[in-house]
Design a protein around this ligand. Structure first.
Ligand code: NAD
Ligand code: MG
Length: 394
């Protein structure tokens, strides 16, 4: 068995920790080349002790200095790099064959794209990369022969339910529709008024999944599902009208593919991200993920329509997908700013959708031909959302 050489972008986050958990179950199968984080010194040092990477990257210089001092004192033999540019270096290094892209937000785009441009196997958790730069990113993957394996549980489920040689030809595979399931989040049964008054603690208390704070808020607003609709469009080359959303509060059916003969193929399992992570790490082999087997006896599985009136973010994402161009980049950036403000207690939950709608009204239709165009739309949307939220709060 040849071992795979890994760079983990966002190693200190929820997906990163789950990835290292699976890696540790398979001694000799994976070699860790680089781990990256932003500010969490203690966790990075602990990961260096256990996994002994060649490099550790901390984007925040103070955190890098602290990790450097500690790994030197313990003689761990890890070289510590700092700054965002080092992320792309360890993602594209020639020694590496597999990159787990698990940084949160558009901050993950440059390093993930760098891995795509040099033909790595990319395990993609960082959905924001595809939302911001979908066409450009998929073009880079096609040009270099990179391999893209989805980590998002829904997209991993669809990937598993599609023929393995499908390669973006949904019509050729006889696919009619892709059904993305959504738990509905912690506010699924709340009134519009209660949702508008929700606190950060309520928003991050997800019923079925333990995740980073940003994606937890996105799950509460259903923006996470909106981002996933856009992600599915690019990953599977689906037409927007082929992508459907179904609320399934138990999170057992992770998503489904509907074929023209009426067959629907679903992937199910205990909700635990180590399943899609292990699937992608071992692909095409199945490997142990440490996940308890699904117990269906006595379980009820239910399904309902999403309510875009109480959860306008989902509709905004469908609208941005239909608009094309820079709209998804604008949507994503405004959402990132608004979610950060909400988590800081400086904006109400309802301001998230309002600031995205405002940014889309102001900026959609702008240039989107190059990566620079999209990054400029991202920056402009952050400014617009910031100003809008400042005015709301004042
Ligand atoms: P998290 O907040 O737990 O971890 C984020 C990671 O990114 C950390 O390692 C952090 O150090 C790093 N990071 C944050 N800002 C950075 C920056 N500016 N520059 C460089 N590194 C930075 O997030 P998570 O829940 O692990 O999610 C990571 C990604 O995976 C997100 O895109 C999320 O949408 C996606 N995802 C997560 C889950 C899940 O269950 N957690 C499921 C599906 C998809
Ligand atoms: Mg998901």
């Amino acid at each position: 068995m040849t071992s795979r050489v890994l760079t983990l972008l966002g190693a200190t986050g929820t997906i990163g920790v789950n990835t290292l958990d699976v890696v540790a179950r398979h001694p000799g199968r994976f070699e860790v080349f680089a781990l990256t984080g932003a500010t969490q010194v203690e966790r990075m040092v602990e990961q260096c002790r256990v996994h002994r990477p060649r490099y550790a990257v901390m984007t925040e210089p103070g955190a890098a200095a602290a990790v450097r001092a500690q790994v030197a004192a313990e003689r761990l033999g890890v070289e510590v790099l700092e700054g965002a540019a080092a992320l792309a270096d360890v993602a594209s290094a020639s020694e590496v064959d597999t990159v787990m892209a698990a940084i949160v937000g558009a901050a993950g785009l440059p390093a993930t794209l760098a891995a795509a441009q040099v033909g790595k196997r990319i395990l993609l958790a960082n959905k924001e990369t595809l939302v911001v730069s979908g066409q450009l990113f998929m073009d880079a993957v096609a040009a270099s022969g990179a391999e893209l394996l989805p980590i998002d549980s829904e997209h991993n489920a669809i990937f598993q339910a599609l023929p393995r040689d499908c390669c973006g030809d949904l019509a050729g595979a006889g696919v009619n529709a892709l059904w993305l399931t959504a738990s509905g989040g912690p506010f699924r049964t709340l009134s519009a008024e209660a949702i508008a008054a929700a606190t950060p603690d309520q928003a991050v208390a997800h019923p079925n999944w333990v995740m980073g704070k940003k994606i937890s808020v996105d799950s509460a607003s259903l923006m996470n599902k909106g981002l996933e609709v856009i992600e599915a469009r690019w990953l599977f080359n689906a037409r927007p009208e082929q992508i459907r959303v179904l609320v399934h509060p138990q999170s057992i059916v992770h998503s489904m593919v509907e074929y023209i003969d009426g067959s629907v193929i679903a992937q199910m399992g205990t909700p635990d991200m180590r399943t899609p992570i292990a699937y992608a790490l071992g692909f095409p082999e199945r490997i142990d993920a440490g996940v308890p087997m699904l117990e269906l006896m006595g379980r009820q599985l239910t399904f309902e329509a999403p309510d875009t009136r109480r959860f306008p973010c989902l509709q905004l994402a469908f609208d941005a997908l239909a608009a094309g161009g820079n709209a998804a980049a604008v949507l994503n950036a405004a959402n990132e700013v608004a979610v950060a403000r909400f988590l800081d207690g400086a904006a109400p939950f309802g301001a998230i959708a309002a600031s995205i709608a405002h940014a889309l009204d102001t900026l959609a239709g702008g240039p989107a031909a190059t990566l620079d165009d999209l990054l400029e739309s991202d920056r402009a949307a952050r400014r617009i959302a910031d100003a809008f939220l400042g005015a709301v709060h004042a």
